[in-house]
Design a protein around this ligand. Structure first.
Ligand SMILES: *[C@@H]1O[C@H](CO)[C@@H](O)[C@H](O)[C@H]1NC(C)=O
Ligand SMILES: *[C@@H]1O[C@H](CO)[C@@H](O)[C@H](O)[C@H]1NC(C)=O
Ligand SMILES: *[C@@H]1O[C@H](CO)[C@@H](O)[C@H](O)[C@H]1NC(C)=O
Length: 192
């Protein structure tokens, strides 16, 4: 029974394999890579805490305004539409002069008409020890007046390849006059 089936099927398979690129017939630019079973990769959960300095004012500002909110504040009482580019410092302690661990490079914009809710898109690039040069990518929603805001870590590079996780941001200080803010970031990330 099985034998007869194969006799019928086999010539068909040959014909098809010549007429269309069959599955398993990978093009040269694409190769699947087998994991080495002798060297299993173990996933680690890392927790980091540092302070993010959004320095809007002064000569050493780390923030550039790209787009101003529309002047008609009836449509944007929250500043809806505003976009800033940042190269913020990440430090060990809340004080600006404390040890520099890395920078937060990217941008945020006010994406909510109802409250000051930011869309954050930034890379944390670390500059210390074994993490020097490794990055984490954060993309998420940040309603800045809530006590704790959670945003996804959607990837990473270097020591953080295949990273995924979340950050929790809570405001440490905010200067209403200048707009300068210091925010505590707690990062939980799975990586190899
Ligand atoms: C700005 O940066 C320069 C060079 O790092 C430093 O000398 C100066 O004190 C800083 N100014 C302020 C206001 O932080
Ligand atoms: C928005 O407009 C209202 C009245 O039109 C005004 O009272 C308020 O101060 C304005 N807010 C800002 C942030 O400009
Ligand atoms: C981090 O890497 C850069 C570039 O590779 C290098 O210049 C710098 O000295 C390194 N810093 C530390 C603290 O290892």
């Amino acid at each position: 029974m099985t034998g007869t089936f194969l006799y019928v099927l086999f010539p068909l398979l040959i014909v098809f394999s010549h007429t269309s690129p069959a599955a398993g017939d990978d093009p040269a630019f694409l190769q699947s890579v087998k994991l080495n079973p002798m060297k299993p990769r173990t996933e680690k959960l890392s927790h980091f805490r540092f302070y993010w300095h959004d320095k809007v004012s002064g000569p050493n500002s780390t923030v550039v305004n790209i787009i101003q909110p529309p002047t008609n504040n009836k449509t944007s009482p929250t500043g809806f539409g505003m976009v800033n580019m940042i190269d913020d410092t990440l430090t060990e302690k809340p004080e600006a002069g404390s040890k520099l661990l890395g920078r937060a490079q990217g941008f945020y914009g006010v994406a909510s008409q109802e409250e000051v809710g930011l869309l954050m898109a930034m890379n944390f690039v670390f500059c210390t020890g074994k993490y020097n040069g490794s990055t984490l990518t954060i993309l998420g929603r940040n309603p800045v007046f809530e006590k704790v805001r959670e945003m996804p870590v959607i990837g990473g590079s270097g020591l953080f390849r295949f990273a995924r996780g979340y950050v929790q941001a809570s405001t440490h200080s905010f200067d209403l006059k200048t707009g300068d803010a210091v925010v505590e970031y707690n990062v939980h990330v799975l990586h190899y």
